[in-house]
Design a binder for this molecule. Structure first.
Ligand code: C5P
Ligand code: MG
Length: 194
């Protein structure tokens, strides 16, 4: 049994803020394991799971899937991994996610920070519309995107504010190029590893 608890950095920010792109870079440089809640849910939906329809309906409308489903996927992925440094990307997205996490994970893992990618809505929309040309994602269209942004503003921003009060938020300005943004990300990750 390892004496150290697994460490977690949550990764939040609007759709198109660059969460996935920056997570890839963190994985390469720092050896974290990237767990994207959205990706885990899409894979679960595609696996023929009994929750597939519920998940797809949420994704299409930019709604947040009940935490029981999401947390089980995250926990399973964590247990499977031998590396115990995790980027939990796109989570916790709302109060239900936060409660579910706290109930299940308090004392088991060590939440080191929340990387918050701060990017203006117009830039995010531009990026997602571009990504939508090739992503194949059913929610990368302007119709779903509006809903995803509403959910982000109404439900996710309060979670970021909650973690701000706990002094855990590392705000990263995210309008620059991926390499520019990564300069700040590196500093933030260095500061939690030391
Ligand atoms: O983060 P990403 O853009 O990949 O999320 C896509 C969708 O997955 C969200 O709009 C939401 O419907 C669903 N999701 C969720 N709960 C999370 C993360 C994502 O329901 N914690
Ligand atoms: Mg993503």
């Amino acid at each position: 049994m390892s004496l150290q608890k697994p460490i977690v950095a949550f990764v939040l920010g609007g759709p198109g803020a660059g969460k996935g792109t920056q997570c890839e870079k963190i994985v390469k440089k720092f050896g974290f394991v990237h767990l994207s809640a959205g990706e885990l849910l899409r894979n679960e939906r595609d696996s023929g799971s009994k929750d597939g329809n519920l998940i797809q309906n949420c994704i299409k409308d930019g709604k947040i899937v009940p935490v029981e489903i999401t947390i089980a996927l995250i926990q399973k992925a964590m247990e499977k991994s031998s590396v115990k440094k995790f980027l939990v990307d796109g989570f916790p997205r709302n109060e239900d996610n936060l409660q579910g996490w706290n109930n299940r994970m308090t004392g088991i893992v060590d939440v080191k920070c929340v990387l918050f990618f701060d990017c203006p809505e117009e830039e995010c929309i531009r990026r997602i519309v571009e990504r939508g040309k090739t992503s194949g994602r059913s929610d990368d269209n302007i119709h779903s995107l509006r809903k995803r942004f509403n959910t982000y503003k109404e439900q996710t921003m309060p979670i970021i504010e909650h973690y701000e009060k706990l002094n855990l938020v590392k705000r990263i300005p995210a309008t620059g190029s991926p390499d520019e943004v990564f300069q700040d990300v590196k500093e933030a990750i260095d500061s939690i590893l030391n």
